[in-house]
Write a protein that binds this ligand. Structure first.
Ligand SMILES: *Cc1c(COP(=O)(O)O)cnc(C)c1O
Length: 838
């Protein structure tokens, strides 16, 4: 059934399908803006809020995305090409307005249109809420990847959850983190398109039973389930000036239709309405844990909800084009699992193929293991997801049966390869035995995938030697590395317009999609006229950063000072503590009249702590207390200032990365899988002080050791240090650290809050401290001194800064995605159907 009377080429309703290409000039944009502002939103000259102009501009752009979006979808259908689905519980998208303008190529036109109406672009831009559907690096990586896939014109679709509440908003009260819910959808979201026609039904609970199917086979089925509906909302993902618009599909949970209320008698009406509420809770809130698991039932519900809805959606599309023939499914489809969060997909694809589409187990397993690919993001044992078998049994009984079956078949494979090696079977089992047996999600992901990758060279090596050693022995060819990257659209062209202009002029505009072209900057690094222009841009960006710090923290950052920035999730392994110990050291030196501290500096720290991570929250309090003592001492502030920037998020990083001189990447070696903040800073000309960890190693290789401030133990030294680590001995023999500890221990930074920092002090002095803070202090202090001295030599610093940008090409997510495309996905680019031919 179609509502359209005649669907032939020449029919009058053809007009509906062939959308006008809307004008991309300032005049057309201005006309549409006025239409939406005045007629659709009903506002007038008395409007005081920047939100309505934002919304009017957003919907004007949305119109321009829509027609290109349809042509991209049409081209993907026509091409009958292989496709990839990026499955992720997190997409940290940030704002969309500036990105849409940049990628559509109409930034100047929009500014012009607004200017002519007496409006200022910056103010309108900042009325947009960040889409904070992620915790940190893992979620932001997914967002950068989508941008690169669209820019490379790859048929890749993102699948995620439409959380009603994203990452919490962080307030700082009396130096402590306070969390507030982020109701980002409250005023609506102009970038999403609801698609109720593609709603899917997701089963939970119930039980399984054996029955005999039409062919007389004994089969399992999942019955008496409590179903929830998954409604998709599509977000357009524009490629860079190429007319491609890919899709991010986010699922929202809602109760099955009201008729289910009929199942209840009149007396339990409130209970049945409450059940509706229960269903909607699934996508209510993002779990705010970065790099630590959370064994809550609701989280497992979220994971299964995403897996089931997305796979059903892909199979629906497959059947539309191929009917019930799955023989080529694995040649045409790939699921990339962003960490183990969506790993239940392995069992769910099996379930749908075997139970719903009646494939034989072996055929289904052949398809699954040629379709799934898994990316690991962490070496921290506390972040490895395991779910209690009992939880699976009540929530997903059919999935548990399938996991058991996968495990039984797998373990017999292990037994025939290593006969009698029971310890190996126990180590590799998908089920960890014990009082409360657990499903090991990483192992499920590995068995079910044809590719397993780490996210930086060191990380991929450590996986093979440690965590996944047995698996590497069994299947060496599955393992590979894909060093992370970040999109140069958002993280250079969009956030640093001053530098963009200089780069366009110096190396030509092609750098935006071929970041390797920035190598052409290297010969300019010594050129003093070029250095002058570089310096001027950096100072303007520093002024913008200082403006933000001044308005949010009430602390003035003078632009002549070195801007030393550490922003990332607050976690012990990232060692914000080491940073603040060094700040205390500088403070101590200045108080003692030691003029040897080098350049004056402003230290900025930002990041959210997981709400249940007490020691991380205490580190925030320490930073704020130290900042208060430092900033209120006039004998210190001409050399040192400290601030904690609240509510660190994507739109804040867009101001920080361009204005930073020194980027702090100081994790304990072997703990940070890759890092991507390090790459954003490097692209924008910051120098890095860092350990040999994650992608820092590759950054240093590219930029050259003379342009990087290295310190600290190596990953190997860290693992050897464990058995004989003696922090008290280190402190006793290191005068600088001893004085820092004395200040901390005498309560200098908590005069009216006795004892509050004791857990931190004990942590540093604990021989079992996994982060080895005391071990790296001296080395860190020396590297900081080198950095501060280098900063005083303006020409040297500018040369190093230029070279950092020049050699950052490798860290474009376009390079990363090209590697996924060639080594894992085997995708070919698809041009959108040209305008007017369809
Ligand atoms: C890039 C980014 C991160 C990741 O930073 P790391 O230093 O790699 O941990 C986290 N949060 C936001 C908002 C980011 O933009």
């Amino acid at each position: 059934m179609s509502p359209f009377k005649d669907l032939t080429e020449s029919s009058p309703n053809e007009r509906l399908f062939k959308l006008d290409p809307l004008g991309m000039d300032a005049e057309s944009l201005g006309r549409d803006f006025q239409h939406y502002f005045a007629h659709t939103l009903g506002r007038d000259r008395d409007c005081r809020s920047a939100y309505y102009p934002y919304k009017a501009l957003a919907v004007s752009l949305r119109d321009r995305l829509m027609e290109r979006w349809k042509r991209t979808r049409h081209a993907h259908d026509q091409a009958n090409c292989k496709r990839t689905y990026y499955l992720s519980l997190e997409f940290l998208m940030g704002r969309s307005l500036s990105n849409a303008l940049l990628n559509l190529g109409i930034t100047d036109e929009a500014r012009q249109a607004l200017y002519e109406m007496g409006l200022q672009y910056e103010e309108i831009e900042s009325a947009e809420m960040d889409a904070g559907l992620g915790n940190g690096g893992l979620g932001r990586l997914a967002a950068c990847f989508l941008d690169s896939c669209a820019t490379l014109q790859l048929p890749v679709k993102g699948y995620g959850l439409r959380y009603e509440y994203g990452m919490f908003r962080q307030l700082v009260e009396n130096g402590r983190q306070v969390e507030e819910p982020d109701h980002w959808l409250r005023d609506g979201n102009p970038w999403e398109l609801e698609r109720p026609e593609y709603t899917q039904r997701i089963p939970f609970g119930g039980r399984t039973e054996t029955y005999t199917d039409q062919q007389g086979r004994s089969t399992q089925r999942w019955v008496e389930t409590h179903d929830v509906l998954a409604v998709p909302y599509d977000i357009p993902i524009p490629g860079y000036r190429n007319d491609t618009i890919n899709t991010l599909r986010l699922w929202s949970a809602t109760a099955t239709d009201v008729f289910d209320l009929g199942e209840f008698n009149a007396g339990s009406y409130p209970e049945s309405v409450a059940a509706k509420n229960d269903a909607e809770h699934i996508t209510m809130v993002l779990y705010p844990n970065d790099a630590s698991e959370n064994g809550k039932e609701l989280r497992l519900r979220q994971q299964y909800f995403l897996a089931c809805a997305s796979i059903k959606d892909v199979i629906r599309e497959w059947q539309r084009l191929h009917g019930n023939d799955f023989s080529e499914f694995a040649d045409k489809n790939c699921f990339q699992l962003n960490d183990t969060h969506p790993a239940v997909s392995v069992a769910e694809l099996m379930r749908q193929l075997v139970d719903l589409h009646h494939l034989e187990w072996d055929q289904a397993w052949g398809i699954t293991t040629r379709t799934m690919a898994y990316t690991n993001h962490t070496l921290l044992p506390e972040a490895l997801e395991r779910w209690p078998v009992r939880l699976f049994r009540t929530l997903l009984p059919r999935i548990l049966e399938i996991i058991y079956e996968i495990n039984a078949r797998f373990l017999s494979q292990v037994a025939s390869r290593w006969p009698g090696d029971m310890d190996r079977q126990r180590r590799m089992s998908l089920i960890e035995e014990g009082d409360d047996p657990q499903v090991r999600m990483a192992f499920l992901a590995i068995v079910g995938s044809f590719s397993v990758n780490g996210v930086a060279a060191l990380h991929s090596e450590l996986l093979k030697q440690g965590l996944f050693r047995d698996w590497y022995e069994l299947w060496p060819d599955k393992f590979n590395n894909k060093t992370n990257g970040v999109t140069p659209r958002r993280w250079l062209a969009m956030c640093n317009p001053g530098l963009r202009e200089l780069l366009d002029e110096t190396v030509g505009e092609g750098w935006v999609t071929e970041l390797g072209k920035l190598e052409q900057l290297a010969p300019k690094a010594e050129d003093s006229a070029f250095q002058e222009r570089w310096d001027k841009i950096k100072r303007e960006n520093k002024a913008r950063l200082a403006q933000m710090v001044s308005s949010t923290c009430r602390i003035d950052f003078p632009v002549e000072f070195m801007f030393d920035v550490q922003v990332k999730r607050i976690h012990e392994y990232k060692r914000q503590l080491l940073n603040i110990l060094h700040v205390i050291h500088l403070y101590n030196r200045i108080k003692h009249g030691d003029g040897q501290v080098g350049a004056p500096r402003c230290v900025l720290v930002g990041g959210k702590a997981a709400p249940g991570y007490e020691i991380a929250k205490l580190i925030i309090k320490l930073i704020n207390n130290v900042a208060k003592v430092v900033n209120s001492d006039p004998a210190v502030t001409d050399q040192l200032r400290v601030a904690f920037i609240p509510d660190y998020r994507v739109s804040v990083m867009e101001i920080l990365a361009p204005g930073t001189d020194l980027s702090e990447q100081i994790s304990t070696a072997g703990k940070e899988a890759s890092g991507t903040g390090n790459m954003k800073f490097m692209m924008n000309g910051a120098l890095t002080i860092g350990t040999l960890d994650g992608a820092n190693i590759e950054i240093r290789e590219r930029v050259g050791e003379e342009n990087f401030f290295l310190f600290g133990l190596t990953a190997e030294e860290v693992s050897h240090m464990r058995s004989h680590y003696d922090p008290d001995g280190i402190i006793a023999h290191d005068e600088a650290l001893r004085e820092v500890m004395e200040l901390l221990e005498c309560g200098h930074f908590n005069q009216f809050e006795p004892g509050i920092f004791d857990p931190i002090i004990h942590g540093i002095r604990n021989p079992a401290d996994p982060w080895l803070t005391a071990a790296d202090f001296d080395s860190y202090r020396r590297a900081q001194k080198q950095a501060a001295l280098a900063y005083l030599d303006r020409e040297r610093w500018l040369r190093m800064s230029i070279l950092n940008t020049a050699h950052s090409g490798h860290f474009s997510s376009d390079r990363t995605i090209a590697e996924y495309r060639d080594d894992i996905w085997q995708l070919k680019p698809v041009e959108p159907t040209p305008y007017g031919t369809w």
